[in-house]
Design a protein around this ligand. Structure first.
Ligand code: ZN
Ligand code: ZN
Length: 142
């Protein structure tokens, strides 16, 4: 058990065996350089929302909905996506723009940027580390 390598861009854990046996040489090189992995499109998008940033569920005209009704609508979507909300992956909220109200689900992992922002644990951002949080010497792994 050699532990995992964590993608520097999105924090995805990759089993060391998989990295050296299943990944193509090009993929492995990008991961080891800290430039991303297949989960984040090699550093191109947030792995939680796949770059979607936010999803719009409903659009109302401001004049057509009371604040109580709006609260109920937001509640309904919070319940529908409760697991994602609870785990902090998405926030369901109302956004006001012009004369419209949008009920949206915003990705919290990338703060709605759609870009990879690291993984579940801050300590993994800094480099390629194993399960104990120790920095892996890549030569040693080889
Ligand atoms: Zn990644
Ligand atoms: Zn995202």
């Amino acid at each position: 058990m050699m532990g995992d390598l964590f993608c520097k861009k999105c924090g995805e854990p990759w089993d060391v065996g998989h990295v050296y046996e299943e990944m193509s040489e090009a993929e492995r090189e990008i991961l080891l350089k800290g430039e991303g992995c297949p989960s984040c499109g090699f550093g191109n998008y947030c792995k939680v929302c796949k770059g979607a940033k936010k999803l719009v569920f409903r659009v109302f005209k401001k004049s057509e909905i009371t604040s109580e009704e709006l609260e109920e609508e937001v509640d309904r979507y919070v319940k529908a996506f409760w697991d994602e909300v609870r785990w902090g992956n998405f926030e369901v909220t109302a956004e006001f723009k012009g004369d419209k109200v949008y009920i949206v689900k915003v990705c919290q992992r990338c703060n709605g940027t759609g870009k990879p922002m690291g993984g579940d644990d801050d300590e993994y951002y800094g480099g390629l580390v194993d399960n104990d949080g120790d920095l892996i010497d890549v030569m040693e792994v080889l």
